[in-house]
Ligand binder design. Structure first.
Ligand SMILES: *Cc1c(COP(=O)(O)O)cnc(C)c1O
Length: 406
């Protein structure tokens, strides 16, 4: 009998920084003006140019570069006046830095149920909308809710929507770039996201006052006029004394690395989606495995892949994770009792004292997640799909997978 095939690639290895970005970084290192406000006469600076280009890319009026995605979220919450002790609604399927950002401003996360398709449940949102003035909507793993319907619920309740687009940078809904439905959108340029500056974040908005507050909050001193994608100077006048300077800026070195990556982003999105398509085709109609449907209005970025094992008992899912790992395929399970690595779920965030959310528990119980870095070839992805399919099939046939009905 021949040995089963084994995958030998690395699930956390991203592509190298493009040569053009390395050149841009070296230019900044050679002149030494790394701080965003340290510019030569007539020079805009890399951070200001990145903001201008990111605003143009998303179609937003204003953009702001920050130190991380988490700082972008806390800045957005503060810009809309979220105060300590206040409740902030957020979908229960997200990553730890999202409720963490709410906690960072002293506010209290109130979790909203998600559907089996991994997006916020609009009925539960409508039911809870009266409890808060802000919804921090996380497009977790790139799954985007019906944004027209969501905004109708939010508008009816007077909820301000802040979008966490860490997994949808380069994606969209109904022809609009992701982040253009809410009042402000937050992005991350951390290594595992769609552009890589190690750490970094971006904010976009059309709102004059909120963006002026965000720029002042980011640590702009009285240098906000150096920003190019900013509200008119008079908007800052009344705010400059009132808004604290909470340092969270991006520097010119990271901005320099990001500008060429932003130009390449649409092509990178197409490459991710080719890989996503190969994975989806490779796992289609696998007995015992449910794929997450992708709505026609959603322009997703397939940088990760999720599937569900509905009704599988926890030991069977643990067996699948172990057997796949033995064949080189790294699967993350969102239903695990204890948080592992980057993977945790709402019930692990004890500081928020979350009540049980039965629908979210059901959606996450059998939820499996894997990364699709661009260092994988299409053949790599096809092989990963074959391995998962074979291991799911073996467990399913042995009958240890599903909880037997009765
Ligand atoms: C990564 C991430 C963040 C936080 O971004 P950092 O740049 O790591 O602070 C927020 N939300 C989601 C969904 C993320 O994946």
């Amino acid at each position: 009998m021949t040995d089963p095939e084994r995958f030998t690639g690395n699930f956390t290895q991203q592509e190298p920084i493009p040569e053009e970005a390395i050149e841009a970084a070296l230019a900044v290192l050679r002149h030494g003006r790394l701080h965003r406000y340290n510019t030569a006469p007539g020079e805009a600076g890399e951070a200001a140019l990145l903001e201008e280009e990111f605003a143009a890319f998303t179609g937003a009026r204003y953009a702001l570069a920050l130190a991380s995605g988490g700082v972008a979220i806390t800045t957005a919450l503060r810009a809309f006046g979220v105060k300590p002790g206040e409740p902030v609604l957020t979908n229960a399927f997200t990553l730890a830095p999202v409720p963490g950002a709410i906690a960072a401003v002293g506010a209290r996360p109130v979790f909203v149920e998600v559907t089996e398709d991994l997006v916020i449940d609009l009925a539960d949102l409508a039911a809870k909308a009266g409890q808060a003035k802000v919804l921090l909507l996380s497009h977790m793993r790139g799954h985007i809710a019906d944004m027209e319907a969501l905004m109708a619920v939010a508008d009816a309740a007077g909820l301000t929507v802040i979008e966490d687009c860490a997994h949808t940078m380069g994606g969209g809904w109904g022809g609009a770039p992701s982040g253009r439905h809410g009042a402000m959108a937050c992005y991350s340029t951390q290594t595992y996201k769609h552009m890589n500056s190690g750490e970094g974040g971006l904010l976009t908005s059309d709102d004059d006052e909120a963006m002026a507050r965000a720029i002042l909050l980011s640590g702009s001193y009285m240098l906000y006029e150096r920003h190019r994608a900013r509200p008119p100077a008079e908007v800052f006048q009344g705010l400059r004394a009132e808004v604290p300077n909470i340092s969270g800026r991006m520097d010119n070195l990271r901005a320099a690395i990001l500008r060429p990556q932003l130009r390449a982003l649409p092509a990178q999105v197409a490459r991710w989606n080719e890989r996503y398509g190969v994975m989806e085709a490779g796992l289609a109609e696998t007995p015992g495995l449910r794929l997450i449907p992708r709505p026609g209005k959603e322009a997703y970025v397939g940088s990760s892949f999720q599937f569900q094992l509905p009704g599988w008992a926890p030991p069977a899912i643990e067996a699948l994770v172990a057997r796949s790992a033995a064949r080189g395929v790294e699967l993350k399970w969102f239903g695990a009792a204890e948080p592992v690595g980057f993977t945790s779920r709402y019930s692990h965030w004890g500081y928020a004292s979350p009540p049980r959310l039965p629908q979210t528990d059901a959606a996450l119980a059998g939820l499996v997640d894997l990364r699709l870095p661009l260092t994988f070839s299409l053949e790599d992805v096809a092989q990963i799909a074959r391995i998962i399919r074979a291991e799911v099939g073996a467990l399913w046939q042995a009958g240890v997978g599903p909880v037997s009905p009765g």
